[in-house]
Design a protein around this ligand. Structure first.
Ligand code: ZN
Ligand code: ZN
Ligand code: ZN
Length: 371
């Protein structure tokens, strides 16, 4: 990650302030986007415990396996976090308890990372009988949901990288090749433009009616619509975009369906501005599809937040009354899926700004004809 040490120090300060406001005595964060956001360090989730102990009042400590400590120190840099390295035969849960005790928080309310493995949480609960536990997202969601300008730039860079992959789709051969062949080509293109490959949905013909289809040995035919939903990671931040292609000529009725989907996606993007709720954006995107009598074919929510995680807050879904604020970044991705026939989806990442939604993916949303 390229976040400066000063920006990360500022995030630790904001986290502690939010902890104080919510009566949380310490955060306990394992390998996760929360940990990466606050420290710039994103270790893999392993059976050996790595955990940031961030007391509201007192010293921050990173409990880390001894063999990971050099890498952890590199990532932390100047950040005011003490490294407590544990040798193979030591008990890391005891070190977490020590760090909490040193800050007077061992009997307090502890915010545990939402993605911490339950095995670790059960051990912590066993060792810290007097403490109470709540999800760390009670503190971190408010921090991470609003992206600062540096994060918006990172999201724009990774969106440009995935857009480059989208522009390359027309140059691939589609007819007569399997979904898996295309998956491999696209995976390579994502690796060439990102730090990490994320995922690639290549769903052709009737398979396109399944939103998260896994590429199979199905041979792509002339006349097939193909949904391509792809993403990766660059400087820690995620990309995610979907375009729908047709090999040669679209099947009967498909152009009309696609025009409806396109209009819905535009309506969703146009609804984005500060103060509008996530639910209202979902409704704006869904209404044209409902009005055309196809509401039951739009199987999922309109979108999800994106940042250090592929899916994060805010979720663009009915019932989410969170008002949008400048800096919130999320997908607008309506889809129409007539089962047994075909499917279509259009997805862009949009950032809420003072002037409305700014689309980070800038490739054409028109139906793409390939061969
Ligand atoms: Zn998805
Ligand atoms: Zn997607
Ligand atoms: Zn998405």
């Amino acid at each position: 990650m390229t976040t400066t040490a000063a920006a990360r120090a500022e995030r630790l300060t904001r986290a502690r302030k939010a902890q104080a406001e919510r009566g949380v005595d310490a955060l306990l964060l394992g390998p996760s986007a929360d940990l990466a956001y606050l420290t710039g360090y994103r270790p893999p989730a392993l059976e050996r415990l790595t955990m940031l102990v961030l007391p509201t009042h007192g010293d921050a400590r990173l409990v880390v396996p001894a063999l990971e400590a050099p890498l952890a120190r590199d990532h932390l840099g100047e950040l005011d976090v003490e490294v407590a390295a544990w040798p193979e035969t030591d008990d890391p849960v005891r070190l977490v308890g020590d760090a909490l005790a040193a800050a007077g928080a061992a009997r307090g309310r502890l915010g545990v990372g939402d993605q911490l493995w339950s095995g670790f949480l059960l051990r912590l609960q066993g060792a810290l009988g007097a403490a109470s536990f709540l999800p760390a997202s009670a503190v971190t969601r408010q921090l991470r949901m609003r992206k600062d300008p540096e994060e918006v730039q990172a999201l724009a860079r990774v969106a440009a990288a995935i857009d480059q992959v989208v522009e390359g789709l027309a140059g691939l051969r589609w007819a007569g090749r399997t979904e898996r062949d295309l998956y491999r080509d696209i995976e390579q293109a994502i690796r060439d433009t990102h730090d990490e490959f994320g995922f690639a949905v290549v769903a052709s013909g009737p398979n396109a009616a399944s939103p998260h289809h896994t590429a199979t040995g199905r041979v792509i035919q002339p006349g097939d619509p193909v949904v391509v939903d792809i993403g990766g990671r660059l400087d820690g931040y995620c990309s995610d975009t979907t375009r729908t292609l047709v090999v040669d000529e679209p099947p009967p009725g498909f152009r009309e369906l696609y025009a409806l989907l396109h209009a819905a996606q535009l309506a969703g993007c146009a609804a984005v501005r500060p103060g509008v709720t996530a639910a209202a954006v979902d409704a704006a995107c869904r209404d044209p599809i409902t009005a055309a009598g196809h509401d039951e074919l739009f199987l999922h929510r309109t979108g999800h937040g994106i940042g250090l995680d592929e899916h994060e807050e805010p979720y663009i879904v009915a019932g989410n009354d969170e008002p949008l604020e400048p800096g919130m970044a999320f997908s607008i991705e309506p889809g129409i899926y007539p089962r047994g026939h075909y499917g279509a989806r259009i997805e862009d990442i949009v950032v809420c700004t003072d002037d409305g939604g700014r689309r980070l993916n800038t490739t054409s949303r028109d139906l793409r004809i390939v061969s």
